[in-house]
Design a protein around this ligand. Structure first.
Ligand SMILES: [Zn+2]
Length: 174
């Protein structure tokens, strides 16, 4: 790990887990449930409890205020106001201008599946942050690649009209 020593990582991980859980609690209180088509996407992706998921629309992704975490977020760039979305188990922030992006929501739902599979905040964050902080780093690790690939698969147009899309539709922006 180039950015942090393993001692620093072990100090930051529990702080990050507490912060992530606080974000989830807040999103579950004020977010909205998935729409019917989003529930269908969640099922396709493999989310066990789509009914528990809430989306919260925000002008920008909130960053931690704890000084050590704020510095870590800034140094790694993993949590930034410029992000499009981020999942904290069943709570997902979606930036305002990306609210209708199906592929982004699908991407975050793959992270929900990973939380369900791994069983908790620290259990998710340890492998996820490790892959992000170890070369080649974000977004090349297996967990991030799983989210990118599954979301793209879910959202790709049916094969029969794919050629039409290639010539007529600009690539999606988020
Ligand atoms: Zn991701």
């Amino acid at each position: 790990m180039d950015i942090f020593t393993s001692e620093q990582f072990e100090m930051l991980l529990p702080l990050a887990a507490v912060w992530a859980e606080e974000q989830e609690r807040m999103i579950l209180l004020s977010g909205v449930p998935l729409t019917e088509s989003q529930v269908e996407d969640a099922r396709q992706i493999g989310v066990l409890h789509p009914d528990r998921v809430r989306l919260l629309r925000v002008p920008q992704i909130p960053v931690p205020t704890h000084p050590a975490l704020a510095t870590a977020a800034q140094v790694t760039g993993l949590i930034s106001p410029a992000g499009w979305g981020v999942a904290f188990r069943y709570g997902i922030f979606i930036r305002n201008d990306c609210w209708t992006c199906r592929e982004l929501v699908a991407h975050e739902l793959v992270h929900v599946v990973q939380y369900e599979r791994l069983g908790g905040f620290e259990e998710f964050l340890r492998p996820y942050l490790t892959e992000c902080l170890t070369p080649p780093g974000y977004p090349h690790g297996p967990m991030e690649q799983e989210a990118i690939t599954k979301a793209a698969e879910l959202c790709k147009p049916p094969l029969i009209i794919q050629n039409e899309y290639k010539s007529n539709t600009p690539s999606t922006s988020c």
